[in-house]
Design a protein around this ligand. Structure first.
Ligand code: F3S
Length: 56
């Protein structure tokens, strides 16, 4: 299951730019949308693209 580590996230927004069907910004941190599809192909891209590896 995909998760954003809010301690690590620096709010760069890359994951939202790459995969806005799964990620959204809240209080300058990324979070996983409630109704997100957990098998979206862009999740892996977002994981690879996050500069601080906050997505797992
Ligand atoms: Fe945060 Fe990484 Fe997304 S820093 S906003 S989880 S790309």
């Amino acid at each position: 299951m995909v998760k954003v580590n809010k301690e690590k996230c620096i709010g760069c927004g890359t994951c939202v730019a790459i995969c806005d069907e799964v990620f959204e910004m809240k209080d300058n941190k990324a979070q996983v949308k409630k109704d997100a599809k957990k098998d979206s192909e862009c999740i892996k891209k977002a994981i690879d693209a996050c500069p601080v590896e906050a997505i797992s």
